[in-house]
Ligand binder design. Structure first.
Ligand code: UD1
Ligand code: CA
Length: 454
């Protein structure tokens, strides 16, 4: 089929300079949700109708499978679909979606496509307790004969609770003809897409309908209130799917996944964690409360303790991270590494069994196995202009409060005394320290406070 996504509307009620369809839901623009769903249906052509907000919309999506049609000015939904018709192939039907309706599932759309087939017009409808504002589905002897917009409807028509979701599929050749003959002779002075229904009926075409699994699938975003509501619906869906799959969520209402979270068996996630981008948690991983994890892989049986922040990093198996750890981009931790509180690691590799348990900065470093990094150790990787690397070989012991002035290397099994400022390489198997000699001054007197004259 051809798919047309309408995304030209203004979205005034968002109270924002950003075009409505670019506002993120679960970290991804509303329109991208719709595009991603559309792609699952493998369309022949995929065209987004844009207008308000100008080129910012097409500029955000530069995929070769996407076409864009400018609708300027915006004269109604029928006029919007018409702009996309040059991109639509006649011999397959055209499905119309909306850039601000993000949660429609592929399964629902497939159901609509299946019932419409190649030569019927299909409408996705829902029955609402409060149908105000929606186009009403008018049936005669059970058959759909028209859609009447709320503003144009009679009192009797307004009492109809079955409404148009806007999602429609139609045979393309006829659709093009109907759109070309629309008029804007209605209360809103717009070219209504919905007027094609009566035209199809007049042409003797059969009109069919399908219903979504949930109403939320058909809800559009017009305000930040609605955006927040749909965000919760989406997060609830994600949490529900994880629970079904066997993940323990201590509170499914306090989980935010903005991307893809893949979990192995017996994974447990405590409250208020945020997952962004692509995150993979292997079997037996436990994530403490209040962690933010983005684009990361966490190995089997690793424990991430509360308040840890992990971004563009990978952690091996049986590791212990946090509480309050920060793993920045380019961090690779191998198995059984322990990273404790207030330790920041960037662009560094730490091999199996090594530990940095308290208050350290490790940047641009390569650290071997079974290394112990004492409290307060800092790799001085930046001289104000260039970044340099620190290398620490297996079994080294770095005493507390050591500064490693990079580039510098600590040999295998070396010990660095506490408080050392290491400016040259430390040989393997030896104690290196740069500590000043300790002195005590027996005649020294502590200063006393000088009294101010009154
Ligand atoms: C439309 C339907 C109505 C349905 C309702 C469901 C029509 C005439 N009416 O009404 O039957 O119940 O959706 O929400 O189709 N758009 C453009 N260009 C335009 C006008 C609209 O791209 O010129 C886009 C908007 O950005 C929006 C969508 O089309 O995403 C719907 O437009 P809107 O004006 O909100 O239609 P409704 O009046 O809600
Ligand atoms: Ca609307």
């Amino acid at each position: 089929m051809n798919i047309v996504i309408l995304a030209a509307g203004m979205g005034k009620r968002m109270q924002s300079a950003l075009p409505k369809v670019l506002h993120p839901l679960a970290g991804k623009p509303l329109l991208e949700h719709v595009i991603d769903t559309a792609r699952t249906l493998a369309p022949t052509s995929l065209c987004v109708v844009y207008g308000h907000g100008g080129d910012t919309v097409p500029a955000r999506f530069t995929s070769p499978d996407l076409q864009f049609a400018l609708q300027e000015p915006q004269l109604g939904t029928g006029h919007a679909v018409l702009q996309a018709m040059p991109h639509a192939t006649d011999d397959v039907p055209t499905l119309i979606l909306y850039g601000d309706v993000p949660l429609t599932t592929s399964a629902t759309l497939q159901r609509l496509l299946d019932c419409a087939g190649k030569d019927k017009l299909g409408i996705l409808t829902v029955t609402l307790d409060q149908p105000d504002g929606y186009g009403r589905i008018v049936r005669e002897d059970g058959k759909i004969v028209a859609i009447v917009e709320h503003k144009d409807a009679t009192a009797t028509q307004r009492s109809i609770h079955e409404v148009n979701t806007g999602i429609i599929v139609a045979p393309t050749r006829q659709l093009k003809q109907w759109l070309a003959t629309l008029s804007n002779n209605n209360v809103q002075g717009e070219y209504y897409l919905t007027d094609i229904i009566a035209k199809a009926v007049a042409d003797g075409m059969e009109i069919v309908s399908a219903q979504p699994d949930t109403v939320a699938e058909t809800l559009g975003v017009n305000s930040k209130v609605q955006l927040a509501e749909l965000e919760r619906v989406h997060q609830h869906r994600v949490a529900h799917a994880l629970l079904e799959q066997g993940v323990t969520l201590l509170d499914p209402a306090r989980l935010d996944v903005r991307g893809t979270l893949r979990c192995g068996k017996d994974v447990s996630i405590d409250v208020n964690c945020v997952f962004e981008g692509e995150v993979e948690l292997a079997d037996g991983v436990s994530i403490g409360a209040h962690c933010v994890i983005a684009n990361a892989r966490i190995g089997q049986n690793t424990v991430i303790k509360p308040f840890s922040h992990i971004q563009d990093a990978s952690v091996g198996a049986s590791a212990q991270i946090g509480p309050y750890a920060r793993l920045r981009p380019g961090t690779v931790l191998e198995d059984a590494v322990h990273i404790g509180n207030f330790v920041e690691i960037k662009n560094s590799r730490i091999a199996a069994g090594s530990k940095a348990n308290h208050l350290a900065y490790i940047g641009d470093a390569t650290i071997g196995e079974r290394v112990n990094i004492g409290a307060g150790v800092i790799t001085c990787n930046y001289d104000g202009v260039n970044k340099s690397r620190t290398e620490i070989e297996d079994d080294a012991f770095i005493g507390s409060d050591t500064q490693l002035i990079a580039p510098v290397r600590v040999g295998k099994g070396a010990t660095i005394g506490a408080g050392t400022t290491l400016t040259r390489d430390a040989p393997a198997g030896t104690l290196t320290l740069s500590r000043a000699k300790q002195m005590s001054l027996p005649n020294w007197v502590r200063p006393v406070k000088i009294k101010k004259p009154e």
